[in-house]
Design a protein around this ligand. Structure first.
Ligand code: AHR
Length: 515
């Protein structure tokens, strides 16, 4: 009996120890060998003429009762300035390849209207145009990133747009700009040469588009002598590696500053499922899709490395985010969806992936800023709420222009049925004042994760933390409960010399500050 008892006890301890060992997450942050600078443009945004992103979102017009500056909502300006949005992509998306910029300048009552064929077939009155966008970027302190019309425009039209906004001298287009009330140029550096040329941007082959790109890029010169034009080639649809191969192979590198990539975390394009009422299985699948960004960025980077080992050309992920069914009763062409803790997880892991690949990924744009897809802000007339995604981007903005600190991580598993995902996602950086930030995400919706971390090569005495978490992954903010999900202070860490033990609650995003 005694022997049986001791065997049982031994087995109990062996199993406990092995389970503990499996769930023990080991993290090393290596400050001795810092990486590249995390370009602040990774935290960029995207605003398309789609649904209520521009109209009702950013822009209400200067006759609106909603407090505004030249028609742009003041509450939005305040919220986005706090987010420190570094750049804003506009006017699309698919809309960009139907947009003719001259329709959006001059007196508003004289502007022609058009039909927004991609998004709901509604009439676009062009009341928000080039001046409105570029003045708004100045208010936000964000760099403009204009998506040019390659699909249905002309080289001349795009070149004239560049001259209109950036040329500081006498020319037909700068004269027209001055006549329309803007004396000094705005100086636009970032130009997208079309959007999704493989799809809504013209259904082109990679080879055809590469030739067209060369033609456009030749004439899309530096209109402004101080700011070298940054031309972004329309990029691959998720895992279309052939597309990236052709861009890198067929476009002379002195004509190419960046290649784009678009990827959305979608469960199934034919059955995207509800944004706020989803099952745990659907949550797990979304996490699997979001984590796929690591593979996509690594594989597109490997192709780029083959042609450009010096990493001169950037990978620009200028559309990313979660995509679900629209909210019941809303226009299917407006892509309006709620934003939950699931989206906070997508944002946290995706931004960690971009940070960790910052030697190649130097710009990215979440789709989209307001009222569309994985929005950071939702509006309903004069009301406005910040989403869980907003809070993650605000917590993470400490990484902007900081130096990446390489990490290694082992031992975290989030298991569902036969499928396993890494439960923990991490990135770390050191800012210009020497302050270190570590952003951690536990995507496991039911288990705490305890992380044993060694911080090598940097001394620290003080630690503080902020956390975004909520009891349910479906939790979100509403116009009636706008602060249900918001960051709180985090104290779940223990320091022992250069060693740190951190316990992350289920489905949480934490940013630690060490100095
Ligand atoms: O972000 C919504 C749409 O998704 C964009 O217009 C398009 O580029 C992409 O397919």
């Amino acid at each position: 009996m005694k022997k049986i008892l001791s065997i049982a006890l031994f087995l109990f301890f062996a199993i406990t120890v092995s389970v503990f060992a499996q769930s023990q997450v080991q993290l090393t942050v290596n400050a001795k060998t810092p990486g590249s600078v995390i370009n602040k443009n990774i935290y960029g945004h995207f605003a398309e003429h789609l649904g209520h992103c521009i109209y009702g979102g950013f822009y209400v017009g200067d006759t609106s009762k909603i407090p505004n500056t030249n028609g742009v909502r003041n509450d939005i300006i305040t919220a986005l300035k706090k987010l420190k949005i570094p750049n804003l992509r506009w006017p699309g998306g698919c809309f960009a390849d139907t947009y003719h910029w001259k329709d959006g300048i001059g007196p508003k009552d004289k502007r022609p209207s058009m039909v927004n064929v991609w998004w709901g077939g509604i009439t676009e009155d062009n009341s928000f145009g080039t001046h409105d966008f570029l003045d708004m970027c100045e208010l936000l302190g964000a760099e403009p990133y204009i998506s040019g019309n390659v699909g249905s425009g002309t080289v001349q039209e795009l070149v004239q747009w560049g001259q209109y906004v950036s040329f500081d001298g006498k020319s037909p287009m700068s004269d027209l700009r001055k006549k329309n009330g803007r004396e000094k140029p705005w100086r636009v550096k970032y130009w997208g040469m079309g959007n999704e040329a493989w799809g809504c941007g013209g259904n082109m082959t990679a080879e055809y588009y590469a030739n067209l790109y060369r033609q456009y890029a030749t004439f899309m010169t530096n209109w402004d002598n101080t700011n070298h034009v940054f031309r972004v080639a329309s990029g691959a649809n998720s895992s279309d590696y052939h597309w990236t191969e052709v861009m890198m192979r067929d476009i002379p590198h002195n004509m190419l500053e960046a290649v784009a990539l678009h990827y959305y975390s979608v469960i199934d394009w034919s059955k995207k499922s509800s944004a706020a009422n989803f099952t745990t299985q659907e949550y797990f699948t979304t996490m699997k899709r979001a984590l796929r960004m690591e593979e996509l960025v690594s594989k597109h980077t490997a192709i780029m490395d083959k042609y450009d080992p010096g990493k001169k050309i950037a990978l620009v992920v200028d559309e990313w985010g979660g995509w679900y069914d629209v909210e019941p009763g809303t226009n299917p062409g407006f892509l309006f969806q709620q934003n939950t803790m699931r989206d906070a997880m997508i944002a946290g892991v995706t931004l960690n992936i971009f940070n960790n690949h910052c030697d190649r990924v130097r710009m990215a744009n979440i789709a989209q800023t307001i009222n569309v897809l994985q929005a950071v802000i939702l509006t309903d007339k004069e009301k406005m709420i910040l989403t869980p995604t907003y809070h993650v981007m605000e917590m993470y903005n400490v990484h902007q222009d900081a130096t990446l600190l390489p990490i290694t991580i082992t031992g975290s598993n989030y298991i569902m049925g036969k499928d396993t995902l890494p439960a923990i996602s991490v990135s770390a950086s050191k800012d210009k004042d020497g302050v270190m930030h570590i952003s951690l995400v536990n995507i496991d919706d039911s288990k705490n994760q305890t992380i044993s971390a060694d911080i090598n090569g940097i001394a620290f005495t003080q630690i503080s933390g902020r956390m975004l978490a909520s009891p349910r992954i479906q939790d979100h903010n509403t116009f009636d409960a706008p602060e249900k999900v918001k960051p709180v202070s985090f104290t779940g860490f223990k320091k022992d010399g250069s060693h740190l033990s951190v316990t992350l609650p289920p489905a949480s995003v934490v940013v630690l500050t060490l100095n």
